[in-house]
Design a protein around this ligand. Sequence first.
Ligand code: ZN
Ligand code: ZN
Length: 245
Amino acid sequence: MTKAHWSYPLYRLAWSGLDWLFPPNCGGCGKAGSRWCHECQEKVTTLVGSLCERCGRPNQAGGMCDECRSNPPKYHALRAWGTYDFPVRQAIIRLKYKRDMGLGDILAVPLANLAECLGWQLDLVTPVPSGAKRLKERGYNQVALIAYPFSLATGLKYSPRALKRIRETISQVGLSAVDRRENVRDAFVADPKLVRGKNILVLDDVSTTGSTLSACSDALLRAGANDVYALTVARALSHHGLQQV
Ligand SMILES: [Zn+2]
Ligand SMILES: [Zn+2]
């Protein structure tokens, strides 16, 4: 991993200036004073310990989990910062639905630290794209709001047009693992000019089964990418049920 882009301190300073002008509330607990308080930072359940080497879900046996053995994902590896619980869940929801855009800057920091620890050899980072309809409704892609400061923090090239969603997919909420795979299959295309021969990192806010990230990886590999890795802010584990995304 290369070092942070020269403009990253300025980017962070700009957010501090906005905080001074418009005092924020914590993205987790809502307490006034900062965009992310120390108490919430302490409460994050990080995903560490014995994980499946591919999908990153807890796996006592080490190596690859049964699910990855029977349905190998297209990405090389997927990892997440924390579990999809309080306070990370609240922060993601606020960023996605409440236009609390300063949280993109906040959530990029632990993700950049995680990427540094993982030591993957990467050339560029791209966010999972929104469909045109959702982009129009919401006005922004919440994942891009994390991926851009992440690129500044890590010094990786930011390439938001590497992937494109070519068909609208229904929400993955409530779908089974098989239906999720089917729902996102061939939903993405990648631009060969941007990705050929490159090692690519795909970023998303939440992963559950990893089917969206596997579909993105499939598109990138078909366009000639050398290898694809995936990082998400949160991971919804089996005790959460098949929710979100
Ligand atoms: Zn808090
Ligand atoms: Zn696995």
